[in-house]
Design a protein around this ligand. Structure first.
Ligand SMILES: C[S@@+](CC[C@H](N)C(=O)[O-])C[C@H]1O[C@@H](n2cnc3c(N)ncnc32)[C@H](O)[C@@H]1O
Length: 297
């Protein structure tokens, strides 16, 4: 499906959908990165139940579900287990969005292939608008929404999350699931603050470097280079939120919850080479996996 198609079913904006090119050469790089991304670790996990994520997992590994590593079915079970942990991560994010009704509209900033958007609609019955820099991802997400016959409720578009076409003060909630490390946080929270209604909820799950460590560690630098991103510090998140009327309501350190996922993933055939950087930086305290839920006041 053409990701630029407009639909009157959606009330998030009355303005025509604008599809400008990337705002900066960097955004062009990121669009190309995600347009070309087809790692088995993302696609084979999504094939398990049709929810395609580009984020990491949380929770304890179910050893019983995995069974014997010598078993011929073990790899398949491991993929299903990693996927279960990634969906559990999205459930935790959605669980912090507050009371959402079926008439509400939510915004997924940096929606990837749309797994979290589908889960949000299935959970709340609401409308979900997603934006991504990647036309391939937006088409993928919209195709899935059509297959599930929820295209009137779930839609992705190619758009810069720092300048969305959504109406001011309309969204009941918005989120970044592992997508805030691609943008300036002042610009990002200015835009969330604009589109959220007063009393609305903003949630992010993100990796951030720990100010207690001092500066970004070599592992954090490796992760930045691997994903072409720019991981912010925990302090930057707090400061930028405060500057834009986003008041943290919950700050949850998910680092201990995500380590089992990484340790399991490091044993699989789906390794991408970045697993050690995550495990080492989580263990030496230089990097944290954080959920921040904030009220728009
Ligand atoms: C790691 S993926 C996360 C995808 C999704 N949130 C998930 O949980 O599966 C990062 C996403 O951020 C998007 N992104 C990065 N910078 C963006 C920007 N300026 N505007 C819109 N999307 C952006 C990418 O296109 C990609 O979809």
């Amino acid at each position: 499906m053409d990701s630029s198609v407009t639909s009157t079913e959606f009330t998030a904006t009355d303005a025509p959908v604008r599809i400008p090119g990337p705002a900066t050469p960097y955004q062009g790089d990121i669009a190309r990165y995600w347009d070309g991304e087809a790692r088995p670790v993302n696609l084979r996990l999504g094939d398990v139940d049709g929810l395609y994520h580009h984020h990491y997992g949380i929770g304890d590994v179910d050893d019983t579900a995995l069974g014997d590593p010598q078993d011929s079915e073990y790899e398949k079970k491991l993929i299903a287990e990693l996927h279960r942990l990634e969906s559990a991560q999205a459930e935790v994010l959605l669980g912090h969005l507050g009371d959402i009704g079926s008439e509400d509209t939510l915004v997924d900033a940096g929606c990837g292939r749309g797994g979290s958007m589908v889960m949000a609609h299935q959970r709340f019955g609401c409308k979900v608008e997603g934006v991504t820099l990647s036309a391939k991802q937006a088409d993928f997400a919209n195709r899935r929404a059509h297959e599930l016959r929820i295209q009137d409720h779930v839609r992705a578009r190619v758009c810069n999350m720092l300048a969305t076409p959504f109406e001011t003060g309309r969204a009941a909630a918005s989120w970044n699931n592992e997508s805030s490390m691609y943008v300036d946080l002042q610009d990002l929270f200015a835009e969330h603050s604009r589109i959220l209604k007063v009393g609305g909820r903003y949630v992010t799950i993100t990796g951030c470097w720990n100010p207690r460590y001092g500066q970004p560690s070599k592992w954090v630098s490796q992760i930045n280079a691997h994903f072409e991103c720019n991981i912010h510090s925990r302090r930057e998140y707090m400061r930028a939120m405060a500057d834009h009327r986003l008041v943290p309501q919950a700050v949850v350190d998910l680092t201990p919850d995500t380590l089992p996922y990484w340790e399991l993933r490091a044993t699989s055939s789906l390794v991408t080479g970045i697993e050690d950087a995550f495990i080492n930086s989580y263990k030496d305290g230089s990097f944290q996996y954080l959920l921040i839920a904030a009220d728009r006041v």
